[in-house]
Design a protein. Structure first.
Length: 331
């Protein structure tokens, strides 16, 4: 396995590799998150399911399954229990991402309890607001990613360098990242860590039904739909019969998740919607998390080495062009 890579994100998270597994309702639980932490990345436990008793058990399981760091996500849109911060602080985790809400709501309380807080943002304005609220870092999430989205979606390629050029805090890139080249691209654009959602749904340790994993492998890059383009919340999900119908609907309500468990764990792909990003078009194998992370690190280093070599080639081309000019002038 490749050596640790040192960035502000890996230092803050205390991980070998700054690769974060996305929080995902019901999916981001101990089985998946411990595999990520044990492989040198950062597993995150979700709270968006709202099942805090189950979440508490999952965090307990994490302590049996790994001695490495892991985090928790507070998806603010789904918070039903006003004591969520006390709950998270009480679990003894050191790292939290907050998402889908106002960063001013929980940051001060979480930070005064000694936690490191990253807020998920879909725009520059949201990023600046989170920095002003005192967060330690940002998860900058492009609109090609899966899950709940800002209806004014901006792709990672535009959003990431924009935000990174305007803030000083460390940034984790999300949306479209599934391997070493995309991680290297995110670093080229200013990120110091990456978060993978769709890739982790497809992982061997992901608890979702194999029909969902098979649908990811079969999907082309054009096989996601954006729901609620003119309403809220925006959602990106796999293209199915159901989601293709919903795509044309003015507003898709939360009732679309009423039978989510039948899809997530029962494999009925029409029972609800399967949140997923455009990167499904690049995922063609179910792999153990350890292999995903090892392959990502190999690809990351290979990409950087290749680009470094290009730089040298450019330099020698420039030199030979200058030499040619000199020769011409002498002639
Ligand atoms: C099935 C699924 C569920 C998600 N649930 C959450 C969530 O509860 N909280 C959150 O902050 N982000 C959630 N997201 C977004 C991810 O955290 C992540 O940023 C996104 O998947 C990145 O894009 P990618 O799918 O291209 O990797 C979810 C994404 C997926 C695919």
């Amino acid at each position: 396995m490749t050596d640790r890579i040192t960035t502000r994100v890996s230092d803050l998270l205390g991980v070998q590799y700054p690769i974060v597994q996305a929080p995902m309702g019901w999916i981001a639980r101990a089985q998946l998150a411990s595999a990520v932490s044990n492989a040198g990345g950062l597993g995150i436990i979700e709270t968006s399911s709202g099942e805090l008793d189950a979440v508490r058990d999952e965090i307990r399981k994490m302590r049996d399954l790994t001695d490495r760091p892991f985090g928790v996500n507070i998806a603010q849109l789904f918070v039903r229990d006003p004591s969520i911060v006390d709950f998270v602080v009480g679990q003894g985790v050191r790292f939290v991402t907050t998402s889908a809400g106002d960063p001013r709501q929980y940051t001060a309380q979480l930070k005064s309890a000694g936690l490191t807080v990253f807020h998920v943002v879909p725009s520059l304005a949201a990023g600046l607001k989170a920095v002003a609220a005192g967060v330690d870092g940002l998860v900058v999430e492009g609109g090609e990613g899966g899950g709940f989205k800002n209806p004014r979606d901006v792709a990672t390629m535009v959003l990431l360098p924009l935000v990174c050029s305007k803030v000083d805090v460390p940034v984790i890139a999300a949306g479209g990242i599934c391997d070493g080249p995309t991680m290297a691209a995110a670093f080229a654009l200013g990120a110091e860590g990456v978060q993978m959602g769709s890739r982790m749904v497809s992982a061997a340790e992901s608890p979702v039904h194999e029909n969902w994993k098979r649908a990811i492998l079969a999907a082309a890059e054009t096989d996601t739909v954006f729901l609620n383009r003119f309403s809220r919340p925006g959602l990106r999900a796999l293209r199915t019969g159901r989601s293709t119908e919903l795509e044309r609907q003015e507003h898709v309500g939360f009732d679309v998740f009423a039978r989510a468990m039948d899809l997530y764990f029962g494999g009925d792909m029409e029972a609800s919607i399967a949140l997923a990003g455009q990167v499904v078009g690049r995922i063609d194998a179910v792999m153990p998390v350890a292999d995903i992370i090892a392959e990502t690190m190999r690809g990351f280093h290979a990409t950087i080495a290749r680009l470094g070599g290009l730089g040298e080639a450019d330099a020698s081309h420039a030199l030979s062009a200058r030499a040619a000019q000199t020769t011409t002038r002498r002639d």
